[in-house]
Design a protein. Structure first.
Length: 451
């Protein structure tokens, strides 16, 4: 084994213990308050990370609890490793407490929210930098670790940080997969609504970037109508409630990341297909979002290109609130299309169907030259450590470097690995936690000697 790997093996339990400490912090975005722009828990996760970095001799800076940094040495930073400490809500379906890191010896899994996205990779980056520092590996330039707190909800943390501080010229994030992601589809998030008068409450979807695993329909007695409605999702039959009572019906699906909807089953479109609620808004949504369709063809979309492949279009949120039926759509579109083009098409279809557009925001596609010295050095490092062929790949998911020119995603999931990102029982194996740290440490050294 290399001396880097030997170092990491010697500090393996420290890595696991610190990951457990971070996982225990429920760093889902909360209500903003003074000094905590995304709530107390993301700020607490950042404070915990920076304190640990300081213990290891790094120079740390907290930029107003939006993001923080840790410099490995006194030289100007030429490389940044960018990770985030916020997580998505836990949702349902966990077999144990998602905020208590669980080790499964039979599978080598460390299970907990944030294990693969992105607290595990953040710990790996920290110990990679610590290995480089404490082993005294020769560097000609500086390294900066950057930790954010709002990646899962729009990356306002990174936007704020970049207004206050310049990024180093080379940036990678272990917020994706190996070998290396250099191309990412454009993203669009559309929120829409319409008037809702039925005595029915719909609740489905907690975040816009995940396929919803549950759609809950509650029907109640309506004194103005003299009745309510009972829905039976198994038979599809509708009956009236004539007394003061409530009926709850739950349609189950399978959660998945919105960039790979084919891996899940959308509980909202399954509900629409069941026809257990009959009204114009629901009928119109069923036409636009057929169950089992993932590319938005029925919305007039359905585009693809040779590099990034088929686009995706997911109706990921549907909720009734204050007399409105409110929905959310997550779209990932190919490299050869623009945000303006896609937004005009989807918003036009929704307006034609009787919906109002509450907001429509997104980003253009991202692509970094695969022949750059930066990219090729990372690929060679991956090959050297793993023994596997390095290559560039394109994805539909947006990584943390999506709006950073020249940035790439490098890890943390390995090929054919599914760490249940954004899903119940999210995990990283101990071996892959160490392997990520080893690859990053080797890359740090290679980039800052060769460039």
């Amino acid at each position: 084994m290399s001396k880097i790997r030997d170092y990491l093996e010697a500090h393996k339990q420290e890595m696991i213990d610190f990951l457990a400490e971070l996982v225990a912090i429920p760093s889902v975005q909360g209500e903003a308050e003074e000094g905590c722009p995304f709530g107390r828990e993301p700020a607490r996760a950042l404070e915990t990370m920076l304190k640990k970095c300081e213990e290891y001799g790094f120079t740390v800076e907290n930029v107003d609890n939006y993001a923080g940094s840790a410099d490995i040495n006194d030289m100007p930073a030429e490389l940044a490793v960018l990770t985030h400490l916020d997580v998505v809500p836990v949702g349902t379906g966990w077999t144990t407490d998602p905020y208590v890191l669980r080790y499964e010896p039979d599978t080598d899994k460390l299970v907990g929210r944030g294990a693969i996205d992105d607290k595990g990779p953040a710990v790996a980056a920290l110990f990679a930098a610590r290995a480089v520092k404490e082993l005294g590996l020769p560097l000609k330039k500086g390294i900066r670790l950057i930790f954010g707190t709002n990646e899962e909800n729009g990356s306002a943390d990174l936007a704020y940080y970049r207004k206050k501080r310049d990024l180093p010229p080379m940036v990678f994030t272990p917020d994706g997969e190996y070998p290396l992601i250099n191309a990412e589809k454009g993203m669009l998030r559309v929120y829409f609504s319409t008037y809702w008068s039925m005595p029915v409450e719909i609740k489905a979807g907690t975040v816009i970037n995940a396929v919803p695993s549950e759609c809950r329909i509650t029907s109640t007695f309506d004194p103005k109508r003299g009745c309510g409605v009972i829905f039976d999702s198994k038979t599809g039959k509708t009956t009236k409630i004539t007394e003061k009572q409530t009926h709850i019906d739950t349609i189950n699906g399978i959660s998945a990341h919105a960039s790979t909807p084919e891996k899940g089953e959308n509980a909202i479109t399954k509900f629409l297909e069941s026809r257990i609620v009959a009204c114009e808004p629901i009928d119109e949504l069923r036409k636009l979002f057929p169950h089992g369709e993932f590319n938005g063809k029925s919305c007039g979309l359905g585009f693809r290109d040779d590099i990034s492949g088929d686009m995706t279009c997911v109706l990921s949120m549907l909720n009734t609130k204050n007399g409105r039926l409110c929905g959310g759509i997550d779209i990932r579109f190919p490299l050869d299309r623009t945000k303006a083009e896609i937004s005009a098409m989807i918003c036009g279809k929704l307006r034609d169907a009787g919906f109002e557009i509450d907001s429509c925001e997104g980003v253009e596609p991202h692509c970094t030259d695969e022949n750059s010295t930066f990219v090729q050095t990372l690929l060679k490092t991956y090959e050297r450590v793993t023994g596997n062929k390095g290559r560039c790949i394109a994805i539909g998911g947006g990584t943390y470097v999506h709006e950073i020119d020249g940035g790439v995603a490098f890890g943390a999931e390995f090929p054919n690995e599914d760490g249940h990102m954004h899903c119940p029982d999210e995990f990283i194996t101990v071996e892959n936690l160490l392997k990520n740290a080893e690859i990053m440490a080797e890359a740090m050294q290679a980039l800052l000697i060769e460039n």
